[in-house]
Ligand binder design. Structure first.
Ligand code: PMP
Length: 435
């Protein structure tokens, strides 16, 4: 399969070799690099991507989930084109800012919002706000949790098991050079789905916030145990620690109103990004007024030249009010459900050691017989089989990044055939596997 990949992607190889001369690893973000070279794209529309070798793919990655609206969603395209005629940047407010704030307030149930330019900025700013509100310094995150690329959340995203420490009391492992010991010491790492570990971490004192994805979507899909999120809510309240739900990935793909509304537990602050922007670079954080007012009165600063960029705000508005309305989201979640059921039926027939996991419009094949409840379970799944499935799929037009971190997303522009193509190719893979 690897030889076939190399054969089919010769122009991607040439493009990557050129890019490597001017850019580390030949990519603009290190996540885009993989061996032997990534697919280099020239065109995308709807659910389809076409690479520089003219191979066509059904995109199931959809920009790490940022493209729930689909590539070039007509409503988003129209709104951005119209805004383009009125200018691209003002750095003084435009009416779209308040309109987007109102839409987010309505959809996610928090009154006050600020836009950012990425999910990284949203989590960075929410963490600073939590520190400003509580006057405390430390933060707690879960092992295997990804919240962007600022220093404080680049701790124990994907630690090797040799450095990760005991499962019930993981070490804080920096995932990059350039992170200070002071930052490492400020971050306490706990296992997901372990309320007692959270209680212990908060009891030690001085913890401003617990930042967590309500459903972990950077280790495939890892669901909260029954009652876990409510326990988290109660424990944070007991210790006066703010709870931040990072809904950068779950935000609109989870179903209407995000994981917060789908799962019924409210955090103090929420971070959004990715799919609210219909493919444009955006983030946002919002929360209870008593906390957001710290920004109003200037106790905590929140800044950014491009915040509320009118082109991006036009994209957000069109995404939330036209492209991804409640009935469209519900229809898409149902379509995804049919795909997950089809994949699970293939697994059940063949008896391979795998299972499907779903949340909203997303799904994944988890290569283990038992459920994944945290990062250590994830590390125990079969990465070799996952890689074999990936390369088999990409050679047959199923576009996803290699590895188990991401999950598929059915966008509002995937029709039934496009969604089910994944199951057809997966079935072929499974038949080859079981011989
Ligand atoms: N939080 C989560 C949960 C994410 O998955 C990501 C990106 N994968 C981020 C934050 C960072 O978002 P961005 O890449 O827009 O900075």
């Amino acid at each position: 399969e690897m030889a076939s990949y190399a054969e089919r992607t010769k122009a991607s190889q040439a493009a990557t070799e050129r890019a490597r001369k001017v850019m580390p690893a030949g990519v603009p973000s290190s996540f885009q690099a993989y061996d032997p070279w990534p697919v280099v794209v020239k065109h995308a529309a709807g659910f389809t991507m076409v690479d520089v070798d003219d191979n066509s793919y059904v995109d199931y990655d959809m920009g790490f989930g940022a493209l729930f609206a689909g590539h070039m969603n007509p409503a988003v395209h129209k709104a951005v084109s119209e805004q383009l005629a009125d200018g691209t940047l003002y750095v003084t407010p435009c009416e779209l800012n308040a309109e987007v704030g109102e839409i987010l307030a309505d959809r996610y149930g928090f009154p006050m919002w600020r836009p950012t330019n990425s999910g990284t900025e949203a989590t960075m700013d929410a963490i600073r706000l939590a520190r400003g509100v509580t006057g405390r310094e430390k933060l707690v995150k879960v092992e295997g949790g990804y919240h962007g690329h600022h220093d404080e959340v680049m701790i124990s995203n994907k630690p090797g098991l040799d450095e990760a420490g005991p499962a019930d009391a993981p070490h804080s492992v920096p995932q990059s050079g350039g992170i200070t010991q002071g930052t490492i010491d400020d971050v306490i790492v706990i296992p997901y789905n372990d309320p007692e570990a959270l209680d212990r971490a908060l009891a030690a004192g001085d913890v401003a916030c617990f930042i967590v994805e309500p459903v972990m979507e950077n280790i495939g899909i890892c669901l909260p145990d029954e009652g876990y999120l409510q326990a988290v809510r109660d424990i944070c309240d007991k210790h006066g620690t703010l709870l931040i739900f990072d809904e950068v990935k779950t935000g609109i793909t989870a179903g209407y109103g995000g994981a917060t509304n789908q799962l019924g537990v409210r955090p103090d602050l929420i971070t959004l990004a990715k799919s609210i922007g219909g493919g444009f670079p955006v983030g946002a954080f919002g929360g209870k007024a008593e906390y957001m007012n710290y920004i109003t009165d200037g106790t905590v600063l929140h800044l950014g030249t491009y915040n509320g960029n009118p082109l991006v705000m036009a994209a957000v508005k069109a995404t939330l009010t036209e492209a991804c309305t409640k009935p469209i989201v519900e229809e898409t979640v149902a379509r995804n459900g049919r795909l997950v059921d089809a994949c699970q039926a293939i697994i059940d027939r063949s008896g391979i050691p795998a299972h499907t996991v779903r949340f909203g419009a997303k799904g994944c094949i988890t290569w283990s017989a038992s459920p994944v409840r945290n990062y250590r379970d994830y590390k125990a799944t079969d990465f070799d089989l996952a890689f074999a499935q990936w390369i088999h799929g990409i050679n047959r037009g199923v576009l996803l990044p290699p590895g188990l971190d991401e999950q598929w997303l059915i966008s509002v522009m995937h029709d039934d055939d496009a969604a089910m193509r994944y199951a057809t190719v997966f079935d072929e893979f499974v038949q080859e596997l079981v011989g």
